[in-house]
Design a protein around this ligand. Structure first.
Ligand code: ATP
Ligand code: ATP
Ligand code: MG
Ligand code: MG
Length: 877
């Protein structure tokens, strides 16, 4: 077996609209192509032995053991690999379920599609599944240690690339609220929402966190002073920079017991608490001083009690957690060292911040903490006796957290909320030391020891004891108060032909409303009237440039087949999805071989429209109108004829449509007709002579109308939209050369030829075609181009592209000529393979009043050849 290609899909896609995170592995089964699992001796037994948990996979039979039954009875390797890739992820804590395996048109080659949680882990799972199966085929088994290694690697991949635990809680809550989010490439920032409505977070800092508040919280001394000035209880203390001042400082705070800590520390580094002797103080001073960049050390009175974290979000206390330092509890049997090992076996304890709890580590600090309690690692504690391994209660050094949100005294709530305001933090973690949080601090001699910006959420969401608190909810309530939007309207445009034109027109109409419109096309990415980036920008990356932009109020996105197949859509849902047409082009690429499969690719755009939005479908294209069945949204149709039965039916049921009637582009709703404008007054339709342009305009008008754009604005939009050579090179560029006209169009597939033909047929004089076609299309497509040319033109010059895309010189021309002759053996034609020469000959020979239609490989070259002849204007009729 050989993996040919692995794609990572991140949005709605060809395989599933709902399952956005999919790996598509193109797999060549090679010698196993002809061998179902029942014909491989020992395969079933080997698989069951290596991965007994596969018993849980239901598969087609729909019951426990269903999948293994299929393996026993015989199924193909691609299907088995799909299930193993899923199971490997399940076994490493990544819940997945969706999988599909489908043949391609290449014998023995399959697309194995399966869900992932983490991209890297997902791709790894596919490779490991292939390895595992190959080994069972070859040797009847897969070594236990290899499987164990795979599982470890998978867990590591997941841990390394996952968001931090606090960020994770916020995006999970965002997902539950259908607020879109994406990671930004810098500083681990996450964007919530789109365009102008976006908000940002970085761990638990938000874009509302003020720089002054954050900096003040990081300055312990400043924080204490501010709180003290507000009458809030803080530890009595003083800061010193020289050892000589230590003695006085201790006296100042009222003598032992004291705490010594670095002025600019965090995570409990450099802190010694409950110091009762001069010797210990000396040692603690050195320890703290070393940890401080400025060699500044805080000397504080030691306050009895336990550590509490009070979380205030947007002015309200939302959670309280009591934290207990890393400790073990005696059982009269095991040594402290053994007890630590037993405690660390808790699966909830991991390394660093990955897990709910962190493993207890034995180091110098823990040994000295033990020593001060009169223990060593070998001591055996009496039953119930507690030995602490840390003086401070950080979770990251093995501490535990107990939820006390429901127990805190109201006066303490009031203090906490005031503290957050005084410091100026939208999200504040307030550290309180008090023997009893259920009683007022003042009564208990409790103090606020610190205020943290960007406090961790882990202890509140997954406390070791007590209730879990959804502390992400108030954060999202703050960022997106009820009733405020997080999304901007997204209008997506797809189809075989006319996407760019329709996208541009839709954006142009929308801009009449004064909104900032961001749009992407095959020509580039645009914001309002400005070009952001030139080039083919119809994939998810370009769409994200628009959705990330903080100025964008409306997004109009040309969405091409390539991006949908390669990585899925950039957005989970949209407001309007336009499907213009589905024609035979690009077939045979990306395992899309039939026009029906192509229709399924394009229908992704219609299917992702949310239920309140509109799918805008072409009623004249049966493959497009049929998409209505799969759409969750409302449907609106456009058609070149008001008599189209689908339109009639739709209107009878009160539906919305746009049609071309009596020379007008009109919106129809039930019995109502709203005339937008006469085609003759819409420049892009070339005085109404280019029918396909009318169709594109109908789609754009309907889309903007469905979005509530005023009809007057739509009218103004279509009147002022000019498809000039500069704006849309290669799209119906008509030049007046005095005695004759020339038209340059980039049509390169039969549907495009037909479309342009719709205009050419309306031409009164001679019609001369300079035609060709891309070499990578199928023979029958090129023959068809010839046939269409013979229907449309009076005279034809056949040329070839410079880039022959794998064919011999003359091959494409021969096929086109074959089509011409089949259609009309009387027609005058000649082959001039060089494109420049062919164009020159065409322009020189056309009769007075005639039209030369050029389908060039290079639009710029063709246009410059024409421009040399000084056209009178390049405006449309
Ligand atoms: P972290 O990053 O975990 O917040 P830190 O390095 O910022 O730690 P502090 O928050 O000042 O340091 O102190 C850590 C812990 O030490 C406190 O949460 C508290 O348990 C204890 N502590 C600090 N000062 C005192 C004090 N004056 N009296 C009693 N305990 C104290
Ligand atoms: P691409 O796939 O190259 O991005 P596109 O779908 O964006 O193409 P446009 O750039 O708008 O399409 O138009 C390209 C050509 O396709 C036009 O010049 C015309 O020949 C043809 N065309 C445009 N609209 C239609 C239509 N509605 N039906 C058929 N052909 C069309
Ligand atoms: Mg602290
Ligand atoms: Mg395009």
């Amino acid at each position: 077996m050989k993996i040919i290609q692995t794609l990572t899909l991140r949005g709605p896609n060809y395989w599933s609209i709902r399952r956005n995170k999919l790996i598509v592995m193109r797999l060549d089964l090679e010698d196993l192509a002809e061998k179902p699992s029942n014909e491989i001796p020992g395969f079933y037994e080997g698989l069951v032995e290596v991965m007994p948990s596969l018993i849980e996979h239901f598969c087609a039979p729909g019951h426990r053991g269903g999948f293994l039954k299929r393996v026993k009875e015989g199924t193909y390797m691609g299907h088995i690999i799909e299930h193993i890739a899923l199971e490997l992820q399940e076994l490493t804590g990544m819940p997945v379920g969706f999988g599909r395996t489908r043949e391609t048109s290449t014998p023995g080659v399959y697309n194995v599609v399966y869900e992932y949680v983490d991209e890297q882990a997902g791709r790894y799972a596919g490779r490991a599944a292939v390895r595992l199966c190959q080994s069972i085929v070859d040797r009847g088994t897969y070594a236990q240690e290899d499987l164990a290694q795979d599982l470890t690697d998978l867990r590591d991949l997941k841990a390394n690339s996952a968001l931090g635990p606090s960020t994770e809680t916020i995006v999970t809550e965002a997902e539950a609220r259908k607020i879109p989010w994406m990671t930004l490439s810098a500083r681990a920032m996450v964007q919530l929402g789109y365009g102008v409505h976006q908000k940002r977070i970085q761990a638990t800092l938000s874009n509302l966190s003020g720089i002054l508040g954050v900096e003040l919280a990081c300055d312990k001394e400043g924080t204490k002073t501010m709180l003290q000035d507000s009458g809030i209880p803080v530890p009595k203390g003083t800061t010193i920079q020289f050892f000589e001042d230590l003695e006085n400082a201790i006296e100042d705070v009222g003598g032992f017991p004291i705490v010594i800590k670095p002025l600019d520390g965090n995570h409990g580094r450099g802190i010694t608490i409950d110091i009762n002797s001069w010797d210990h103080a000396e040692e603690a001073y050195d320890f703290a001083s070393k940890e401080s960049k400025t060699r500044s050390v805080i000397i504080e009175r030691y306050y009895k009690g336990s550590d509490h974290r009070l979380l205030v979000v947007n002015g309200k206390l939302v959670a309280v957690s009591q934290r207990i330092p890393a400790h073990v509890i005696g059982d009269n049997k095991h040594t402290i060292e053994e007890l630590i090992e037993i405690t660390n076996q808790d699966p909830n304890r991991g390394e660093g911040h990955d897990n709910v709890l962190t493993k207890i580590t034995v180091d110098k600090t823990s040994l000295s903490v033990l020593e001060r309690q009169g223990y060593s690692l070998n001591s055996i504690l009496a039953k119930g006796e507690i030995a602490y391994l840390r003086a401070t209660a950080n979770l990251s050094t093995g501490g535990i957290a107990i939820d006390r949100t429901d127990d805190i005294h109201p006066e303490n709530v009031w203090i906490a909320e005031r503290v957050a305001k005084v410091i100026g933090l939208d999200i504040a973690g307030i550290d309180v030391v008090t023997p009893d949080i259920t009683r007022p601090l003042r009564e208990m001699d409790g103090v606020i020891v610190e205020v943290n910006a960007a406090p961790g959420f882990r202890m509140h969401v997954a406390p070791s004891q007590g209730l879990s608190r959804n502390v992400a909810a108030p954060v999202l309530d703050m960022l997106f108060p009820p009733g405020t939007p997080s999304r901007i309207p997204i209008l997506a445009v797809t189809g075989t032909n006319g996407k760019t034109t329709t996208t541009r027109l839709t954006a142009h109409i929308y801009r009449q409303t004064g909104k900032v419109v961001g749009y992407t096309t095959t020509d580039g990415i645009y914001l309002g009237e400005y070009l952001v980036e030139k080039g083919d920008n119809t994939g998810p990356f370009s769409a994200n440039v628009i959705l990330k932009d903080p100025t964008v109020e409306v997004a109009v996105l040309e969405t091409a087949r390539g991006g949908i197949l390669r990585s899925g859509l950039a957005f989970d849902t949209c407001d309007v999805g336009i499907v213009l047409n589905v024609a035979a082009d690009h077939l045979g690429l990306g395992d899309i071989n039939t026009i029906e499969q192509m229709a399924k690719v394009k229908s992704v755009i219609a299917e992702v429209v949310h239920p309140d939005g509109y799918a805008i479908l072409n009623a004249d294209d049966p493959l497009v109108s049929a998409m209505a069945e799969r759409v969750k949204a409302k449907v609106a149709y456009f058609s070149m004829s008001p008599d189209n039965p689908i339109i009639e039916n739709h209107l009878r049921r009160g539906g919305l449509a746009a049609v071309y009637e009596n020379g007008y582009l009109s919106i129809l709703e039930g019995h109502q007709t709203l005339r937008i404008e006469e085609a003759a007054n819409i420049p892009m339709t070339m005085g109404g002579m280019a029918p396909f342009m009318i169709a594109n305009a109908l789609a754009a008008c309907l889309a903007t109308f469905a979005q509530g754009v005023d009809i007057e604005m739509i009218r103004q939009g279509v009147r002022t939209f000019k498809a000039s050579v500069n704006q849309t090179p290669g799209r119906m560029n008509l030049f007046n050369l005095g005695d004759y006209h020339a038209l340059v169009d980039y049509a390169h597939n039969p549907a495009g030829y037909e479309a342009v033909g719709g205009f050419v047929r309306n031409w009164k004089g001679e019609r001369l075609g300079v035609v060709g076609g891309p070499g990578d299309r199928r023979d029958e497509d090129l023959i068809l181009l010839g046939k269409i040319a013979a229907q449309v033109f009076n005279r034809i010059i056949v040329k070839e592209d410079d880039d022959r895309r794998g064919r011999d010189r003359g091959e494409v021309a021969d096929l086109i000529i074959k089509g011409i002759v089949q259609e009309n053996s009387q027609i005058e034609y000649e082959a001039i393979l060089d494109e420049t020469e062919a164009i020159e000959v065409g322009l020189n020979r056309v009769n007075r009043g005639g039209l030369v239609v050029i389908f060039p490989e290079s639009v710029t070259r063709a246009i410059s050849l024409i421009q040399k002849r000084n056209p009178i204007s390049d405006d449309n009729l």
